[in-house]
Design a protein around this ligand. Structure first.
Ligand SMILES: [Zn+2]
Ligand SMILES: [Zn+2]
Length: 348
């Protein structure tokens, strides 16, 4: 079958790979319909998530139709249309019992290589999904695949950020980073009653897109964000959602955006081992700094799908490019260059 794999040179490549098969009673095989390219796929290609061998199948955001199930699977059946979770928790440890799936003792991720369970990814015609009762969600008949595709990763992660930040009615919410998670987070914050949403980025076209979704914007390439948000709001943000991550300077920017007594919620990925923080300043201002880690998708995706249905969020709005699986390499180039906000591959 066709699949997108990690090439020898660290670039994505289209390849012919072996058909996947059921290995455990809790597994399901899904015939993939839609697969999205995610920022963390780029991390895998860049070697930032060590353990992925050349030839390994990429991808962890997908919808499809169940093609086979192991004997222990009860929540989905052959023929069901489903969305998959990028996160594959064990379902049995104490953290899983408490629905803290992101803290699972045996956490696995599709398409992330040996360190994360050595599972083949979903940018392929078919994918094996372990613990299907926990990691596949049946798509309601009245919703299309693209509407729920992101419930398995970026949409649930955006909701996780909003919850982590405790966004409440009337709040001024600054969303740092207008990538896919940021664009969804600003929609959710608005939909859940925030008084004002301010998007912060350095890319003009992404700020334009954020404005079209109802946000005020700060172009951090031209102004000091801390000064700009004071001018816009008179104080700072009640809640800062950092969906960008990356370099320590990005985190430092959140300290300038938040008001005294406010909350910073971080779901953007940081991989530097250490940084300095303005300890006395944050203490004096009583700022709450919360790190989210990865998103416990199966704990949140029911809520997320309900919010798609009632119009709180329109995830399809972030899809900038739709390409056939055979054009996946071009899709990766568009996404890596930031010419694309979100690429969806039509697999079948
Ligand atoms: Zn992802
Ligand atoms: Zn577990």
């Amino acid at each position: 079958m066709r699949a997108v794999v990690l090439g020898i040179d660290g670039a994505p490549a289209l390849a012919d790979v072996d058909e996947p098969a059921l290995r455990h009673p809790g597994d399901a095989v899904v015939a993939v319909r839609k697969a999205a390219i995610c920022g963390s796929d780029l991390h895998v290609l860049a070697g930032k998530i060590p353990g992925m061998a050349p030839g390994g199948v990429l991808g962890h955001e997908f919808t499809g139709v169940v093609a086979a199930v192991g004997e222990a699977v009860t929540s989905v059946a052959v023929g069901d249309r489903v969305v998959g979770s990028f996160l594959i928790p064990c379902g049995e440890c104490a953290a899983c019992a408490a629905a803290r799936y992101n803290h699972c003792d045996d956490l696995r991720v599709l398409g992330y290589g040996a360190l994360f369970g050595d599972l083949a990814g979903a940018q392929a015609e078919r994918v094996v999904v372990p613990n299907a009762d926990l990691t596949l969600l049946r798509i309601p008949d009245d919703l299309g695949d693209e509407q729920v595709l992101f419930a398995g990763d970026v949409l649930s992660t955006a909701y996780y950020a909003v919850r982590l930040g405790g966004v409440g009615a009337g709040d001024v919410v600054a969303v740092q980073g207008c990538g896919p998670i940021g664009m969804l987070a600003l929609q959710l914050a608005r939909g859940l009653g925030a008084g004002r949403v301010v998007a912060v980025d350095v890319a003009a076209e992404r700020l334009d897109a954020a404005r079209a979704l109802g946000a005020d914007t700060i172009d951090a390439s031209g102004v000091a964000p801390g000064v700009a948000i004071e001018e816009l709001t008179g104080a700072g943000a009640d809640v800062v959602l950092d969906t960008a991550g990356g370099a320590p300077a990005v985190l430092a920017q959140t300290f300038d955006l938040v008001r005294p007594g406010g909350t910073i919620a971080v779901v953007g990925v940081y991989s530097d081992l250490e940084t300095t923080i303005p300890l006395a300043d944050l203490w004096l201002r009583g700022v709450t700094l919360r790190f989210g880690g990865t998103c416990p998708v199966p704990a949140l995706w029911h809520d997320v799908v309900a919010m798609v249905r009632d119009g709180t969020v329109d995830p399809v709005a972030i899809v900038s490019h739709r390409l056939p699986l055979d054009d996946a390499v071009a899709g990766y180039e568009l996404f890596a260059s930031r010419a694309a906000l979100k690429v969806v591959l039509d697999v079948s």
